[in-house]
Design a protein around this ligand. Sequence first.
Ligand code: UDP
Ligand code: GAL
Ligand code: MN
Length: 351
Amino acid sequence: MSLWTPGIMAHHKNLVFMTLLVFGMVLSGLIYISTNQNSCGPQIIEQVFRMPEEKLRNFGLRSSPGFMYNQPSVLVGRTDVVSMTPWLAPIIWEGTFDPKLIDSIHKHHNLTIATTLFALGKYTRFLKDFLESAEEHYFVGFQVHYYLFTDQPEAVPEVKMGENHHLTVRIVPSMDRWQDISMGRMEILETLMENELANKADYIFCLDVDTKFYGRWGVETLGRLVGVLHPWFFDYPRDQFTYERRQESQAFIPAGEGDYYYTAAAFGGSLADVHHLTKTCRKQLNIDAANSIEAIWHEESHLNKYFVYNKPSKVLSPEYLWRDINISVGQVKIIRFSHVAKNNAEVRPNV
Ligand code: UDP
Ligand code: GAL
Ligand code: MN
């Protein structure tokens, strides 16, 4: 007996018809997309964050003929510290780069490094030391644009800026809780990058103001997404990191996950990457606020969560954020940038 009974035949015809219909729809969809790509493309690009023109250039690692520097070795170098993450991002320690060479390579790039700072309430007292020490050690010889956010522009000290270094002061409203000031930075940074920096800077660093430079912080720190190791936890097992451990928070990191504990007192990278970071953290902070939960270390907890799933392309050793009160450890051969000792109860608006 034939399987093609009239009922099955009709069913089969329907199936063929349906298949042809779907195929036709997909095909016309594809033709539509391909013919409209030119008019559609730029519109989409207009909507998303635009890369600064500088970033679209290909930064070759060019060196000049006749430029002399020490011969690099493939056998001799730092062996007391790890200078590469397991995802092959360099970890920057003294002795892992040649400052003279790396400066000369980057001189060709005409870079501008935006640097953001917040000094609200009594934290304006940290500005003088921060700015004076930065002008001695921070990207000397390169273009730096500081953006300082404060509620008291009159308290900003006169500090002589080095060549190609500029300071812009922005007024922001004061706040009653230090946690809100600290967390609120993410949204202000996000907005700054969106509205103003797109074509004005190549890289950005966001730094705490209760800090001081003691040594070089230069182009060796530049990268797409840059995290700095917190000075207290670089030799801790991951389960002792002070990550947010409550599942209810967007900053939650499960036990057994995470690479390092990063500080929120310094982070940076390309504008596009740091914009994405600040936008993500701002959104996560808002969700937490709506759920009446505040992560254990505020935006630092959210930053750590972000870095677990968006690995930094460069990691700075604790040389790039020490604590004036930390005891010395052998591996940290130079302190470049450090949190100054402060009496929290005295400087903060709340406890
Ligand atoms: N901040 C401020 N005024 C305040 C509290 C905080 O300007 O009253 C800013 C300042 O830039 C500071 C940052 O928020 O460096 C982070 O706060 P804090 O340094 O107190 O946090 P910690 O590093 O002690 O965790
Ligand atoms: C403290 C620091 C805080 C936070 C915390 C994380 O030393 O003052 O800002 O980073 O460590 O555990
Ligand atoms: Mn601080």
